[in-house]
Design a protein around this ligand. Structure first.
Ligand SMILES: Nc1ncnc2c1ncn2[C@@H]1O[C@H](COP(=O)(O)OP(=O)(O)OP(=O)(O)O)[C@@H](O)[C@H]1O
Ligand SMILES: [Mg+2]
Length: 381
């Protein structure tokens, strides 16, 4: 791409603008405003990170820089402008401009760079709504969530006593993710829900950059929640460095971001793991609270079964009390997904119009054979 001649903004002529793209002899209207959005390079190597972002710390300085290279360019809404100096061929899309067609960039043109961070592919903002009433048990977690809710609704009210971070740990399927979702629904906050394995990239430095991007994006969207699922993937004890070469680097990046206490105002980090013992000590100690998610008690299992049976699309013949007794060591997920859902599907396969207790106990005996929770609990507790 050819370079344009450098023009100093202060010396730009307002009337006769220098331009290779304007049509000679035609009247040129100067744009009063142009709003551009960074869109990236026209090409990239397939192995590269997608989310290259550019931004500016000083919009006035950017405007002067932009005019130096684009003064005299005739632009229409939807056109692309290519950077020619710092990031040659990096493109900006003209989102809006005044007038919409045929105007020329000149001294009077206000150039607005839309540098709001784009949504990063590994950060999931959209989360289905969950109500706290749907979570059976976990009183301690609910109490902590209440405090966090108050904080997120008014981040100034706690000053240095603000809740910052909490670690949810326990066997799979006990409601850790569900609780984080309920918190986000209750506070109407953005939730940055990330499976930590997604933060590990393929290049050296990927993970630390992603972690830093994540916290940066969260700070921009505060008040909000960062939910780091499978935290052990990025918070692994540094003694595992020999097995996975990036462990130290990733842990350091996470520690740095979690320590950004003053700047992380209005951001609450929730970590979730099945294996707290694998966590790096320094990471673990950053969490001000640790809440264990245990398997549901008999009473909880009755409530979980009642709740999900009430939502089944077919009637069911079962004694809930007896079923709850028979499902010791079942998590909420086991009860809902493995037992009730499987029994429902089997019933539908048979084209029957009700789930019989025989069907339920058949499904139950199949699950019991492969239920490994007891083993998992022994390993991790
Ligand atoms: N205490 C509970 N009350 C009601 N439903 C529950 C409960 N625990 C689990 N469930 C059901 O099981 C599903 C899975 O739970 P969730 O994903 O929150 O488990 P988790 O603890 O995050 O598991 P993992 O450690 O595997 O990530 C929930 O969406 C919900 O349907
Ligand atoms: Mg989970």
């Amino acid at each position: 791409m050819k370079k344009t001649k450098l023009w100093h903004v202060s010396s730009l002529p307002t009337e006769d603008l220098p331009d290779k793209r304007t049509i000679k002899g035609k009247q040129k209207t100067q744009l009063s405003m142009i709003h551009i959005q960074p869109v990236g390079y026209p090409l990239r190597l397939a192995v590269e990170e997608k989310n290259l972002e550019v931004t500016t710390d000083n919009p006035r300085l950017f405007e002067a820089y932009a005019k130096e290279q684009w003064a005299g360019f005739q632009v229409n809404e939807g056109d692309f402008l290519f950077d020619q100096f710092m990031f040659p061929d990096f493109a900006f899309e003209v989102k809006t401009c005044e007038p919409k067609k045929g105007g020329v960039i000149g001294v009077q043109t206000e150039i607005i760079l839309d540098s709001r961070p784009k949504k990063t592919p590994y950060i999931h903002h959209e989360i289905p709504k969950v109500d706290f009433d749907e979570i059976i048990g976990h009183q301690q977690a609910k109490e902590k969530c209440k405090i966090i809710t108050n904080y997120l609704k008014d981040p100034d009210c706690f000053s240095e006593w603000a809740p910052r971070s909490v670690l949810f740990y326990g066997v799979p399927g006990t409601g850790k993710t569900m609780t984080a979702r309920a918190l986000a629904s209750e506070t109407n906050s953005s939730i940055f829900a990330i499976s930590s394995t997604e933060l590990i990239g393929i290049h050296v430095g990927d993970a630390s950059r992603r972690i830093s991007n994540l916290f940066k994006e969260a700070r921009t969207n505060a008040p909000c929640i960062i939910f780091l699922d499978e935290l052990d993937a990025i918070g692994l004890d540094r003694s595992f460095q020999n097995i996975r070469g990036d462990v130290s680097e990733v842990v350091t990046a996470l520690l740095q971001q979690m320590d950004g206490i003053t700047v992380n105002k209005g951001v609450v980090t929730i970590g979730s793991t099945n294996a707290p013992k694998l966590l790096d000590r320094a990471i673990r100690s950053r969490f001000e609270d640790e809440i264990e998610f245990k398997l549901p008690t008999l009473e909880d299992r009755i409530k979980i079964l009642e709740m999900y049976i009430g939502k089944l699309p077919l009637p069911i013949d079962v004694n809930i009390q007896k079923l709850a007794v028979a499902t010791e060591d079942f998590s909420g997920r086991d009860l809902k997904e493995k037992l009730l859902k499987s029994a429902l599907h089997q019933t539908l396969v048979k084209s029957a119009d009700r789930i019989t207790s025989k069907q339920i106990y058949e499904t139950l005996s199949l699950i019991k054979k492969e239920n490994t929770h007891e083993t998992l609990r022994k390993i991790f507790s």
